[in-house]
Structures are given as structure tokens and as C-alpha cells.
Design a binder for this molecule. Structure first.
Ligand code: ADP
Ligand code: MG
Length: 305
């Protein structure tokens, strides 16, 4: 395969400055800002598993970056750059051109540089992006800091992408194909949120990771969940299944003390945020509906299940 011409043609735009080095040498070179810690994460998207085979190349490019920037945002960090490991069944120029356009569009929107990667041939289209970011030393927001009495808050709307996947062609397919990483909100929450996670596997499961790491529980108020009108129109069981167990939201779920919540000034944020519950001492996730306890059975998604 013409590996080098693919790299040259589609992935070698470089915008690093000074003594930093991007695509083209054996490794990239970065100079971390003084007093900051490097934040790194990686996520793989496999065709047919993490996105429908019908997904446009442009959306795949966007999404492969966005899901990683979401993980960087969930630490309260500022994204800086990405690496792209691309396994392609064949060199399809139309596909590559659209894929790289989507990828760079997401990079540009969030001020991120593609600084390297690897290009290989494989029977399955697989895209692994590694994202790097920076955060002030000791300021990263981890999963383990939730305190009893903190509010549980979520950005945007939940369940849209799962609904979009179940109803391909509906307006909410856009939310499945083009998730918005909450980069600005994540950085604003640094020093304010006590814990944070990005919602990729369903709100209930991802909040569960915070609860486990923090040794606490939570009570969620089902009426407060921020839902799209398309979900609101569904009967309760179906709407909560999408909202709490649907994947691919890429919203931020965080816990925050009531005092810090007051300081947040929601109107100054670029993303809607909604208080959906509170952290409890009893180590389980419970639900409230119309002032009553409400037992809920959800069907979650698990790899290797
Ligand atoms: P090596 O053989 O030394 O591992 P490669 O030939 O794989 O290097 O890659 C050459 C250069 O192109 C490297 O700088 C690498 O980071 C970059 N690169 C390879 N594939 C991609 C890609 N898909 N996107 C961005 N950069 C890439
Ligand atoms: Mg190589």
C-alpha cells in the first residue's frame, strides 16, 4: 500500500510552532508548559461496532477525534494534540479525503494538532486516536472525589445518540455521528467539580464509576433528566432506558458542592448544565420519581458480555 503517499496527502498538515515537531519524523516532539501535567488517553473505533457501517467518512473522522477530546475534557484538561493509528482495508481516496476533512474539522474547532500516527492495511477499518492535553499540576478532576451532599450535574442532553442509533435517519442521528466534546466546560470545572467523567457507556453506568471510585452513592431525580423532545414523547421505561443506559452521549457528568455550583453561573457557560441528583452516603444508585423511590431495571452495554 502507498502508505507514505496516504500520509503525505491526507495527514501531514502541520501547525506546531518553535522547537516542537509534528508528522514526518520518527516521533513527535512537544514542550509541556511549565507547571502543567500531561494528560493522555486513547480510544479505538471499529467499523460496525462503534459506528454503523453506513456512517459517513466525514462523521467517522470527526467522531474519532471528538470521543478522545471528551476524555481529556473529563479531566478538566485542555486538549493539545492527537495521534492517529489508522487501519484501512484499502486506499479509497474519496473515503480518505472525507475522513481527513472531518478529522481536521474537529481538530480545528478545538485547537488541536495532529502530530503523528501510523497507517496500516487490515481487513477491518479500525481507527485509534490518542489525545494529549495539559492541566495545571494537581488540578485534574478525577473520578474519586465525590462527597456526600454534592450535587450530581450533567451537561447537554442524555440519550440522544442512543435514540439516533435506534432511529437512523432521525434528527438525533446527528448527535450520534457528531458528538460535541465539552472541552470548554471541562476546563471551567477544574478546581470546582469534585469528580467528573464523560458519559460514553450510558449515564447510570458511568456515574456508577464515580460512585465506586468515591465510595459513595447517589439519588437521581428522573424528572430532572435533560431530554430531547423526541425522548420526552416516549413512555417512561423507554425514555429512561435511552437516557440512562444509552451510549455515545459524550456529555460530562460531574459532582460539585452546592457552594461551587452557585459560583458556576450557568449563563456564562457554552453548554447547558442540569442538576439531576445528589450524592448520598448509602453506596448505591437510586432513583426518585414524583417524590417517591422508583426502582428501575436498565439494560446496559458491556464489551465482552
Ligand atoms: P515509522 O516507520 O518510523 O514508524 P511511519 O512510516 O509509520 O514511521 O510514519 C511516518 C511519519 O508519519 C511519522 O511521523 C508518523 O507519526 C506519521 N504518520 C503515519 N501515519 C499517520 C497518520 N495516519 N496520521 C498522522 N501521522 C501519521
Ligand atoms: Mg509505520
Amino acid at each position: 500500500m502507498a502508505e507514505f503517499s496516504v500520509i503525505d496527502q491526507y495527514f501531514s498538515r502541520s501547525a506546531l510552532h518553535g522547537d516542537e515537531l509534528g508528522v514526518g519524523d520518527d516521533s513527535a516532539l512537544l514542550t509541556p508548559p511549565h507547571g502543567q501535567q500531561l494528560v493522555i488517553c486513547t480510544d479505538t473505533l471499529i467499523a460496525g461496532r462503534h459506528f454503523p457501517l453506513s456512517t459517513s467518512a466525514h462523521a467517522i473522522g470527526w467522531k474519532s477525534v471528538a470521543v478522545n477530546l471528551s476524555d481529556i475534557a473529563a479531566m478538566g484538561a485542555k486538549p493539545h494534540s492527537i495521534l492517529l493509528a489508522l487501519s484501512l482495508p484499502k486506499v479509497d481516496h474519496d473515503w480518505l479525503s472525507e475522513f481527513s476533512r472531518g478529522l481536521y474539522q474537529c481538530c480545528d474547532q478545538f485547537g488541536v494538532h495532529l502530530i503523528g500516527g501510523d497507517t496500516t492495511q487490515s481487513p477491518h477499518l479500525t481507527i485509534t486516536v490518542t489525545a494529549l492535553g495539559y492541566v495545571d499540576r494537581q488540578q485534574a478532576v478525577c473520578r474519586s472525589g465525590a462527597q456526600v451532599g454534592d450535587y450530581v450535574v450533567v451537561s447537554g442532553q442524555v440519550g440522544d445518540a442512543a435514540y439516533g442509533l435506534a432511529h437512523l435517519g432521525s434528527a438525533l442521528q446527528q448527535r450520534l455521528d457528531y458528538p460535541t466534546p465539552r472541552c470548554e466546560l471541562g476546563q471551567r470545572l477544574k478546581g470546582l467539580a469534585s469528580s467528573m467523567i464523560d458519559v460514553s457507556d450510558g449515564l447510570a453506568q458511568d456515574l456508577g464509576h464515580i460512585l465506586k471510585a468515591s465510595h459513595v452513592g447517589a439519588q437521581l431525580d428522573l424528572e430532572q433528566l435533560p431530554l430531547d423532545p423526541a425522548l420526552e414523547a416516549l413512555e417512561n421505561t423507554a425514555k429512561w432506558q435511552f437516557a440512562l443506559a444509552g451510549g455515545d452521549d459524550y456529555e460530562l457528568c460531574f459532582t460539585i458542592s452546592p457552594e461551587h455550583f452557585e459560583q458556576l453561573q450557568p449563563h456564562s457557560l457554552d453548554t447547558k448544565i442540569t442538576k439531576i441528583g445528589q450524592i448520598t452516603a448509602q453506596q448505591q444508585l437510586t432513583y426518585h420519581y414524583q417524590g417517591q423511590d422508583y426502582p428501575l431495571q436498565l439494560h446496559g452495554y458491556q464489551h465482552f458480555a
